[in-house]
Design a protein around this ligand. Structure first.
Ligand SMILES: Nc1ncnc2c1ncn2[C@@H]1O[C@H](COP(=O)(O)OP(=O)(O)OP(=O)(O)O)[C@@H](O)[C@H]1O
Length: 596
């Protein structure tokens, strides 16, 4: 037998901290996949065993059923849909050709996920060279995409907006043989406002539930092919319920909590390979597993260590930089992802990390400077140039030790290898977003840590997470702050002093403020970041407005968290409106207090 090209990932992860129970005890060929494909998965891609969710879902997809898959982050959902599609396509007789056009369409919410899924697809198709993979997405050259579509792409990965564009404007795009439509991260596609685009896409493709049977299949193909639609995510919501109802016919639900409605009958016998887990067949309304109940529990990797750090607003920046410096000083080879709420905040912190130098004796001196956090940093957000975005994504993926500063554009589906820690510097809002952000680590049984920054006034957010079965322990911040010395002296005072008055915090804050005040570009970035941060804070929705209350913010402290000595005076119009509203609210509160 040939030596495997990659390590056997299944075995390796299974032996790790959270690997127990993650893998099924069968092989990919037991699930009905073609021996050549199973061998390729094992020998070339290093997948020794299927994961549990793969073992449950692959036979169902191979059997041609519509499915809705809900499984934890990093459990291998990409293979759940790609492997059966490749398996079924490679069996076509005569072989599929480019001129047959597109057979499978995979819709994803972001460009990075589009590239990633395409990458996995390319690997899967190594042995099946006659099946052509391809992608289309926002930011790419339309004319080149048109040319590729004209030549023919058998399995096409796409972002919804660009796909709709080609459906409307590229007459040579041949999808008459379309058999599969996959919605990966279905809930996110809808949250991003693509709901209408998705409905239009389904109409274009004639794939609404009522007319699901593909009437235009090629005569050369022997069988009469039905459409098969698949929806997948680690979190589902009521919007997905609607999409499921209009796009899936008599679906099988996999990974749902069957106990929620044990009366729903299993309609499909899945064979011996599907030995455990939740597989439910039937009407979505009947199961009701999709309603976004506030008490719905999320399934997080059991080995993920989740903590929070309580930091007052004015000390946030110092604490973030101190933690990063502390961690990278002790362990040089590691990857960390930090999430921010806005693109401006990412730009400011990225620029600060690249410019803010430091001398070993903790005096910023021009001669012997080094970066305050000694690692390569990358940034990723939706306002970046397309090529920069692409570069950051690929480079952070291949780096062994690096820091990624990003918005939620990186929260979904991205599979950066070996990310050790996720820091949520700005809170995620919806608990489902928390789940996806932390899901960038602790993937497939690997170790991982997550750290959530909260201000004292935001601490109720922990209860919100607890309602979803997510509980966090406090991070030992004091130890880290005490480990730094100011002018060669560590803080040995046994007496507990507050974080804000700690010598290191005061020293670093002052140094940062002085530095930023002398760097005009950085100061401008800090001003912009301040304004958009406040705007983002006011945008929390529903119940979360009660926790993230803009009127409780001290804007002077917010300015400090961007290294600004003073609260920016020249701010955008929308911010002025916000602060007027705040003042009005404050007056009202005062009035109501006086009344009682
Ligand atoms: N059977 C397997 N054995 C070993 N590794 C696997 C197997 N299946 C998938 N993987 C690897 O597991 C990692 C996670 O897979 P994938 O990105 O598909 O997870 P996911 O469930 O889609 O995650 P998310 O919910 O975050 O999108 C990838 O690195 C993938 O290569």
């Amino acid at each position: 037998m040939k030596e495997p090209k990659e390590k056997k990932k299944g075995t390796e992860a299974a032996a790790g901290a959270g690997g127990e129970g993650l893998f099924a005890s069968c092989s990919f060929s037991d699930l009905g996949l073609h021996p050549a494909l199973s061998q390729h998965l094992r020998d070339k891609m290093g997948f020794e065993f299927p994961t549990q969710i793969q073992a449950q879902a692959i036979p169902v997809v191979v059997a041609g059923r519509h499915v809705l898959v809900n499984a934890a982050t990093g459990t291998g959902k990409t293979i759940v849909y790609l492997a059966p599609i490749v398996h079924l396509l490679q069996m076509y007789e005569p072989r599929v050709q480019r001129s047959d056009g597109t057979f499978a369409l995979v819709l994803v919410p972001t460009r990075e996920l589009c590239m990633q899924v395409h990458g996995v697809l390319q690997k899967l198709l190594h042995r099946f060279h006659w099946i052509v993979p391809g992608y289309i997405m926002g930011g790419e050259n339309r004319a080149k995409e048109k040319a590729r579509l004209r030549k023919g792409i058998s399995i096409l990965v796409a972002t919804p907006g660009r796909l709709l564009d080609h459906l409307k404007n590229t007459s040579s795009f041949n999808y008459t043989n379309l058999r599969w439509i996959v919605f990966d991260e279905a809930d996110r596609i809808l949250e991003l406002g693509f709901g209408k685009a998705v409905e239009e896409i389904l109409d274009f493709l004639g794939s609404r539930q009522a007319d699901h049977v593909c009437k235009q299949h090629m005569n050369t193909k022997s069988a009469k092919f039905s459409r098969q639609n698949l929806l997948l995510s680690a979190t589902l919501n009521d919007k997905v319920n609607h999409l499921a109802n209009i796009s899936l016919e008599n679906p099988i639900m996999i990974g749902m909590d069957c106990k929620k409605d044990s009366a729903v009958p299993l309609k499909l016998s899945l064979g011996d390979a599907v030995s455990s887990g939740s597989v439910v067949g039937g009407d979505l309304e009947g199961v009701g597993a999709l309603s976004s109940q506030p008490t719905e529990n999320y399934n997080l990797p059991s080995q993920l260590v989740q903590r929070y750090v309580k930091v007052s607003c004015g000390s946030r920046l110092v604490v973030l930089l101190s933690i990063l410096r502390f961690v990278f000083e002790r362990e040089t080879s590691q990857k960390i992802v930090v999430f921010f709420s806005t693109c401006d905040a990412v730009d400011f912190h990225y620029s600060l990390l690249n410019k803010f130098n430091w001398s070993p004796n903790l005096q910023p001196e021009a001669n012997q400077e080094q970066k305050f956090v000694s690692c390569r940093s990358f940034h990723l957000h939706g306002n970046m140039e397309h090529d920069d975005r692409r570069k950051a994504f690929h480079e952070f993926t291949s780096e062994k030790s690096a820091l990624l500063l990003c918005t939620d554009v990186a929260a979904r589906g991205l599979d950066f290898p070996k990310v050790r820690c996720i820091i949520q510097y700005d809170s995620p809002g919806e608990a489902s977003e928390y789940v996806h952000r932390v899901g960038r680590t602790a993937r497939l049984g690997e170790k991982g840590e997550a750290l959530l920054f909260l201000q004292p006034v935001e601490i109720d957010y922990l209860h919100d997470l607890q309602h979803h079965g997510v509980s966090l322990k406090e991070y030992p911040l004091q130890k880290i702050i005490d480990s730094f010395s100011v002018h060669g002296q560590k803080h040995h005072n046994k007496k507990l002093i507050s974080l804000e008055t700690h010598p290191w915090v005061l020293f670093l804050q002052k140094t940062l403020e002085t530095f930023i005040s002398t760097e005009s570009k950085l100061k401008k970035l800090a001003n912009d970041a301040f304004c958009s941060w406040v705007r983002a804070y006011t945008a929390h929705r529903g119940e979360l407005k009660r926790i993230f209350m803009v009127k409780k913010l001290h804007l002077g402290h917010v300015a400090r968290s961007f290294g600004l000595k003073d609260q920016p005076s020249l701010v955008g119009r929308s911010h002025l409106i916000e602060s007027k509203k705040r003042k009005r609210d404050q007056k009202k509160t005062l009035h109501s207090v006086r009344c009682f």
